[in-house]
Design a protein around this ligand. Structure first.
Ligand SMILES: NC(=O)c1ccc[n+]([C@@H]2O[C@H](COP(=O)([O-])OP(=O)(O)OC[C@H]3O[C@@H](n4cnc5c(N)ncnc54)[C@H](O)[C@@H]3O)[C@@H](O)[C@H]2O)c1
Ligand SMILES: CC(C)C[C@H](N)C(=O)O
Length: 365
């Protein structure tokens, strides 16, 4: 990848490589865009096959966060970080504290939180070194683990998408294929099960599968079977890039709606599923619940206020489908348009100098 060419093409601000020999930390922090406010985005810990793959992931995820915050109506920019390593073996206090010091060094331009492979306990260690971290323990007045709230938002967004496809938003009797039953999807499955949906689940972690089968009477299938099972809704809740040339021809679902970030391997796959008549809920619109929740910490956390804002994901999904129909474009493009228009409008509005800009968030009691 030609880094500067790529960064220029998608308007990235900053890419930071962080290494600390003593703790073994190798991390990447990427700030995509801070037009709307500080870049808030999670920290992923993953065993990447190469450094290039890790950098690419950080870049793509950071850009997604800019769009996520903009589409959710938050005054936050987009950023993300990745720590290269195995979350089951390579974690230590020293590693997360070293990472925290790099975050502190950015002086608030980047605020971190959980993502795949990191937990509230890890955020608490980062918090030893910096206040620019969210999703820490509730004992600090924080919102804790964002995953259950992300799940609630995905549930609401899935219902809104189902309404587009079938005219009413009930999930009762719908068969839903869930890929990955980790932190978000386990909580999502609970909502789906309570509403009377039939669940098919898969995960590369057998323990996660067993939990979902026992708790929700889900049917388990092998990871490579999940694309082709007979179902109404495909819910990608593991990693990105799963809507691609190989998987699209296998899909039997009518709706694609899940928690995973960067679901489309390439933009052209979003065009393809649109032409084929799938109802796709754009990833960063439907999975914004966790971000909305941790963002509320910056105001002094109020769970009711945060949950009310998470419920607007239903309306945001409806807006995306409206734009898609109005402009005859795929939903992923409609979501981009919605986010880009807001960023541009705020860029223009902020051209006037103000001594004391108002609070960085626009959520009100
Ligand atoms: N946690 C949040 O609040 C949040 C918010 C927004 C988006 N997301 C996104 O949602 C997705 C899930 O996040 P999470 O926090 O639940 O992570 P998680 O690590 O708890 O869960 C992911 C699950 O997917 C499984 N998995 C990985 N590769 C797989 C494969 N090829 N096939 C089947 N299963 C596979 C893992 O074993 C794990 O159980 C990620 O893409 C994340 O970026 C999470
Ligand atoms: C909780 C959020 C700040 C981060 C989350 N992993 C996301 O992708 O939205």
């Amino acid at each position: 990848m030609k880094l500067f060419e790529y960064m220029e093409k998608y308007d990235y601000e900053e890419l930071l490589l962080c290494q600390d020999k003593a703790s073994g930390l190798k991390a990447i922090i990427c700030i995509h865009d801070t037009t709307l406010g500080p870049a808030l985005g999670g920290c992923r810990m993953w065993t990447y096959d190469s450094e290039e793959e890790a950098i690419e992931d950080a870049l793509r995820l950071a850009r997604g966060m800019t769009y996520k915050a903009a589409a959710a109506g938050l005054n936050l920019g987009g950023g993300k970080s990745v720590i290269i390593g195995d979350p089951r073996k390579d974690k230590s206090e020293a590693l997360f504290r070293a990472f925290g010091r790099f975050v502190q060094g950015l002086n608030g331009r980047y605020i971190t939180a959980e993502d795949v492979g990191t937990t509230v306990e890890d955020m608490d260690l980062i918090h030893e070194e910096t206040d620019y971290v969210t999703g820490i323990s509730p004992a600090f007045g924080s919102s804790g683990n964002p995953s259950p709230v992300t799940a609630y938002g995905v549930y609401k967004g899935m219902k809104a998408t189902v309404r587009q496809a079938w005219g009413d938003d009930s999930l009762e009797g719908k068969t839903i294929a869930v890929q990955g039953v980790g932190n978000v999807a386990y909580n999502l499955c609970r909502y789906l099960h309570e509403e009377g949906a039939r669940l098919i689940v898969t995960d590369i972690n057998q323990e996660a599968v067993r939990r979902a089968v026992e708790a929700f009477g889900a049917r388990a299938v092998d990871p490579n079977e999940i694309y082709s099972v007979e179902c109404d809704i495909f819910a990608p809740c593991a990693l990105g890039g799963v809507i691609n040339d190989e998987t699209i021809p296998q899909l039997k679902a009518r709706v694609i709606a899940g928690a995973a970030n960067n679901v489309l391997r390439e933009e052209r796959h979003g065009d393809q599923i649109h032409e084929l008549g799938f109802y796709y809920a754009p990833d960063y619109v439907i999975n914004a619940g966790g971000l909305i929740n941790v963002a509320d910490e910056l105001l002094g956390y109020n769970r009711d206020r945060a949950m009310r804002k998470v419920e607007t994901i239903y309306d945001n999904i409806e807006k995306v489908f409206e734009i898609s129909r109005r402009d005859n474009i795929p939903t992923y493009r409609a979501a981009d348009r919605m986010a880009e228009e807001r960023i541009q409008a705020m860029k223009n509005a902020r051209s006037t100098f103000l001594q004391n800009p108002k609070s960085i968030l626009n959520m009100k009691e």
